[in-house]
Design a protein around this ligand. Structure first.
Ligand code: UDP
Length: 409
């Protein structure tokens, strides 16, 4: 193993006989969404998941993994702040390439649309290793929006050989881009696996008694909301707080230095506002379920909130999850103070609807995506070994007899 950038490596993969699947994780949401696959692969036991923490948000990944009882096999050094996205991508790509060269995995799995997912896919392609894309095919109608997520996921699609699409529209998007239909599978989103499991542990009526919902959960982290939009959204929240003084706002502030100071400057110490560090997954989901309203530019939250029965206002101009809008729980609202305030007051006044059940009709799957993806991986790796052994068999076979070779034109 090249030691450059590698902080910890627990078990050299070569000592274990199973084909290795390298699972690349760089941020908290990737971690949440890859845990179901890691668990399914471990339970099934025919492939060996080797988990690498890329160092993009090293501590966040550590925390979330620990909360699920998982520890990365390989931990890269924390990614230092770099001057540009390009520089950060190059650095991660180089480090992940060293891991791939050492681990010689049968497949490299990347999730979603992060810098880590993109760098992991590039590194795998550089090394001639097959890429599996989890949460493939999400698209908005603009390559630059949201940036860089949309750009990353489109690039990853060109590098992947197996595309695990979370929804029907994601499948359609990939087919429209000319991806071989045999390589596209609708698996559902692994985020729903985690959510279903967690909600299943709650006693009925555990989240909030009727009439007692007085919280709004807020998250903001997308690049489009880093600048002036963050100010506008914070001002809208302050106005909502002034007009509904009984409300409390729980706001886990994303650690990104481009977002956090701006939000803290505007909202810290304001009446009704609790600015907190990113919350543990189970605490966040519980808060989201108990809330009267969520205001969030998160992708994952758009998938989760309908299953919690909580309405979400998404301060963005578009979404890669049209099915979330179709549930009626999720609404896009331009980052404009008046619009946001009006939409929030309307949502707060509306009667609460029952949560979307976890079943096969649910837009992002029934909560069994981890198992489905593990099965696909097994079949894919097995089919490849079969092809390789057939080729070996063919090349070892005796040459065709002269009589047969002479047959034909
Ligand atoms: N989440 C969490 N703690 C928080 C905020 C969000 O565990 O304080 C979870 C949330 O339930 C969802 C995921 O993190 O599963 C979404 O993460 P984020 O909004 O950062 O990213 P996105 O989904 O937009 O990639």
């Amino acid at each position: 193993m090249a030691s450059r950038g590698v902080a910890r490596m627990d078990a050299p993969p070569t000592v274990i006989g199973l084909p290795v699947v390298l699972i690349v994780v760089g941020t908290r949401p990737e971690c949440i969404k890859l845990v179901p696959l890691i668990r399914a692969l471990r339970e099934r036991g025919s492939l060996r998941p080797l988990v690498v923490n890329s160092g993009q948000h090293r501590e966040g990944v550590r925390e979330v993994m620990a909360s699920f009882g998982i520890r990365a096999d390989i931990e890269l050094e924390a990614l230092p702040p770099l001057a540009s996205l390009r520089a950060a991508s190059d650095r991660l790509r180089e480090r992940l390439r060293a891991v791939i060269d050492a681990a010689a995995p049968a497949r490299v799995v990347v999730q979603g649309d992060t810098l880590t997912a993109y760098a992991g896919a590039r590194a795998a392609a550089d090394a001639g290793c097959r890429v599996v894309h989890v949460e493939a095919g999400l698209r908005t109608d603009s390559v630059k929006d949201p940036f860089p997520e949309e750009w990353f996921r489109r690039r990853i699609a060109r590098l992947a050989e197996l595309h695990c699409a979370p929804s029907a529209s994601a499948v359609d998007n990939l087919l429209r881009e000319g991806v071989d239909p045999a390589r596209v599978h609708r698996t559902g989103n692994t985020a729903i696996d985690c959510l279903r499991e967690l909600v299943g542990t709650w006693a009925d009526g555990d989240t909030a008694a009727p009439g007692t919902r007085n919280t709004v959960v807020v998250t903001l982290h997308r690049r489009e909301n880093w600048g002036g939009n963050a100010d506008v959204i914070c001002d809208a929240l302050l106005e909502i707080a002034a007009r509904r003084p009984a409300l409390r706002f729980t706001f886990p502030v994303h650690p990104n230095p481009r977002v956090a100071p701006r939000i803290r400057e505007r909202l810290e110490g304001k009446r009704g506002f609790d600015l907190v560090a990113p919350m543990a997954y189970d605490a966040f989901v519980r808060a989201a379920a108990a809330a009267a309203l969520i205001v969030s530019d998160s992708g994952g939250v758009q998938e989760e909130a309908p299953h919690l029965g909580t309405p979400v206002l998404v301060p963005r101009t578009n979404t890669e999850r049209p099915e979330a809008l179709a549930t009626g729980f999720v609404r896009l609202v331009v980052a404009d103070r008046e619009h946001l305030v009006a939409a929030a007051l309307t949502a707060l006044a509306a009667p609460r609807r029952p949560p979307l059940p976890f079943d096969d009709a649910a837009p992002f799957g029934a909560g069994d995506a981890g198992r489905r993806i593990a099965e696909l991986l097994e079949a894919d790796v097995a089919a490849e070994s079969h092809r390789v052994s057939e080729r070996r068999h063919d090349s070892a076979a005796p040459p065709a007899s002269p009589a047969r070779a002479a047959v034909g034109p």
